[in-house]
Ligand binder design. Structure first.
Ligand SMILES: C=C1C[C@]23C[C@H]1CC[C@H]2[C@]1(C)CCC[C@@](C)(C(=O)O)[C@H]1[C@@H]3C(=O)O
Ligand code: AKG
Ligand code: FE2
Length: 351
């Protein structure tokens, strides 16, 4: 972020200001979900994991996973490449700036998109598709936008995204088990999905209590798998208060997003969360936004819906919700409700 940005004093709404200036909230103390049993087919361990997930997702939509099978060397390399990118001169980062309407590329405080409540962060985002379709090939993207000296970074993130996809399919299977539906249902729905990888960098801020790294929001996508550095700053809204998530290098953070909330007809909550900043240190996070193929019609599975149960959300496609957040609505805590209204009213005007 430009040096003059530190003189940028943001005045968040009073409630947030008092809230943050009071200092860090207490920590969420729920134990992580241990995936070891899943990989060795231990039925008891799987049902324990499913019941932990059911309780957490019915309450606030957040849990952490350990013994996830992701190579720590790949995780470390992804953090190192993220540091290398954000330590580039501003001119190099601006050269790969996000284009209007696209999530991909670099953004500084989203200053190109919004004129108030700017997040105190830089982001770099790109697409990932398992079938390595050319336009979503991570290595080509890095080489084409950042040049040959970032080919190594492209290789690292290709591997990291493959690991995230594998982990997401395990989590989706456990979510199905926890919901009592066919355990392969969500895995099949997502295995050909195209996801978004985002690197977040939150610079230190002299007035850390007057701003936010990312304001309160629910992720519009289906599932978010996040690995944070050891600085701390992620908070989720649970048990009627903001609760800090202590960083664990061996764990991934998992959030239920809006799209999965619709895919389970509201059984599980889309996690309300935010990122606060501090006065001393930059904080960085790797975020993988799991999404289904853009053109799939999304609705809850038949074996989830009670015979008399009303649908809470209309059928929709991820392409429509993504477009809504990029061109019509700044994602926040009530994106899905506003999207449903927008979708239905635009269909009515079309008929
Ligand atoms: C589909 C997306 C939009 C955002 C990136 C992904 C999933 C999370 C969304 C976001 C982070 C929610 C908070 C607001 C936002 C504008 C941001 O701070 O970056 C959102 C992302 C975006 O629209 O770029
Ligand atoms: O960096 C974090 O801890 C949270 C990031 C986040 O919520 C997001 O990018 O959607
Ligand atoms: Fe988020």
């Amino acid at each position: 972020m430009d040096s003059n940005a530190s003189t940028l004093i943001l005045r968040p709404p009073l409630s947030i200001q008092n809230d943050i200036e009071k200092g860090p909230p207490d920590e969420l103390t729920e134990p992580p979900v241990d995936l070891k049993g899943f990989f060795n087919g231990d039925k008891e361990a799987i049902s324990l994991a499913a019941s932990q997930i059911r309780a957490a997702c019915s309450n606030h939509g957040f849990f952490q996973v350990i013994n996830h099978g992701v190579d720590p060397i790949v995780i470390r390399a992804a953090h190192q490449q993220m540091d290398a990118f954000f330590d580039l001169p501003t001119s190099r980062k601006f050269a790969v700036k996000r284009k209007p309407g696209s999530v991909w590329g670099y953004s500084g405080a989203h200053a190109d998109r919004y004129s108030s409540k700017l997040p105190w962060k830089e982001t770099f985002s790109f697409g990932y598709s398992h079938d390595n379709s050319l336009e979503l090939d991570v290595i080509n993207y890095f080489k084409s936008v950042l040049g040959k000296d970032f080919e190594e970074a492209g290789l690292v993130y290709q591997k990291y995204c493959e690991a995230m996809r594998n982990l997401s399919l395990v989590i989706l299977e456990l979510l199905a088990i926890s919901l009592g539906v066919d355990r392969s249902h969500y895995r099949k729905l997502f295995e050909d999905g195209d996801s978004i990888m985002r690197c977040n960098s939150y610079p230190p801020c002299r007035e850390a209590g007057l701003t936010l790294g990312t304001g309160p929001h629910c992720d519009p996508n289906s599932l978010t798998i996040l690995h944070q550095d050891q600085v701390g700053g992620l908070e989720i809204f649970a048990n009627n208060k903001w609760q800090a998530i202590r960083p664990r290098p061996d764990a991934f953070v998992v959030n239920i997003g809006d799209t999965f909330m619709a895919l389970c007809n509201g059984r599980y909550k889309s996690c309300l969360h935010r990122a606060v900043v501090n006065k001393e240190k930059v904080r960085r996070s790797l975020v993988y936004f799991v999404s289904p193929k853009e053109d799939k019609v999304l609705r809850p599975p038949e074996d989830l819906m009670g015979t008399e149960e009303a649908r809470k959300y209309p059928d929709f496609k991820w392409s429509d919700l993504l477009e809504f957040t990029q061109n019509h609505y700044r994602a926040d805590a009530t994106t899905l409700q506003n999207f449903a209204y927008w979708l239905l009213s635009s269909k009515n005007t079309l008929n």
